[in-house]
Design a protein around this ligand. Structure first.
Ligand SMILES: Nc1ncnc2c1ncn2[C@@H]1O[C@H](COP(=O)(O)OP(=O)(O)OP(=O)(O)O)[C@@H](O)[C@H]1O
Ligand SMILES: [Mg+2]
Length: 255
């Protein structure tokens, strides 16, 4: 279970960042008083365009960023005050965290297993299960830099899930993947949901949110503009699919 209360993240901008973002403002409010909760056994989708604040929110959940205001609790543990307890319980994936290219996959998975305090035999069993599930068994002795994009993503997923976490936080897990590889990832997320895990993903792909997510929050410019099941969102926006709902919300917010 994840409870997000009034989560606000303000970045201070350097002069270089001000220039890049074409603004005179010295700060950027990337998450603006966001409250959400994610239940056990559901896939929760955070949907938003580039720069909406998805990664910022997920990094706060994963204890990598400290909220400027508000709080996040994961299975009852506060991400700021009880970060270590939180990190034991989560698997975090983001494309900003690249696996070190000069290491072998086998070594990396074992290394992360050890960081989580797992025993050798336990790591081996779990590693074999994940590698088999993702069809990367034959690649375990390869260097990360030798793997294709899809293989790298599967490897990163295996690394993030080695300790069999209860809470899964995946930032755009299918980004850059072909439809077959993407399907392998989303099918696996559905399996994890059946096992009662709490899963939160970010995406900007409407069809993925529609098919995969039990509930969705749409984030625009750091703010939550709507939240609910697909049906609830369609009803509230009086639209026939998520893409139309998204556009109508976008037009309303940017009037
Ligand atoms: N470290 C940082 N310093 C300053 N501004 C930042 C920083 N990280 C993100 N931002 C800004 O905060 C806003 C939200 O960024 P974030 O990466 O959370 O968006 P996102 O929804 O994940 O986008 P994308 O779909 O491109 O991954 C953007 O305007 C971004 O430029
Ligand atoms: Mg992002």
């Amino acid at each position: 279970m994840i409870q997000i209360q009034n989560l606000t993240k303000v970045y201070r901008l350097s002069n270089k960042q001000k220039k890049e973002q074409n603004t005179k403002e010295g700060k950027k409010i990337a998450a603006d008083h966001i409250s959400l909760y994610m239940k056990k056994g559901e896939i929760y989708g955070i949907l938003g365009t580039n720069g909406a604040g998805k990664t910022t929110i997920l990094r706060c959940l994963a204890t990598l960023l400290k909220p400027t205001e508000g709080s996040v609790q994961i299975d009852g543990y506060d991400t700021v005050k009880e970060g270590e307890e939180v990190r034991k319980r989560i698997g975090f994936l983001t494309n900003e965290m690249k696996l070190d290219p000069q290491f072998r996959l086998n070594y990396l998975v074992r290394f992360f297993g050890m960081l989580h305090g797992m025993k050798d035999a336990e790591i081996e069993e779990r590693k074999n299960e994940l590698f088999q599930r993702f069809g990367i068994m034959d690649f375990q002795d390869k260097l990360i830099e030798e793997l294709s994009t899809g293989m790298k993503q599967k490897a990163a997923i295996a690394v993030s899930l080695i300790h069999d976490p209860e809470v899964i936080i995946f930032d755009e897990p299918t980004s850059g993947l072909d439809i077959i590889t993407a399907r392998a990832v989303t099918d696996y997320l559905l399996e994890l949901k059946e096992k009662g895990k709490t899963i939160v993903i970010s995406t900007h792909i409407m069809s993925e949110a529609e098919k995969l997510c039990d509930r969705i929050a749409v984030i625009m410019d750091g703010k939550k503009v709507i939240e609910g099941t697909l049906d609830e969102i369609l009803q509230q926006t009086e639209q026939k699919d998520l893409e139309d709902a998204f556009f109508s919300l976008y037009q309303k917010t940017n009037k």
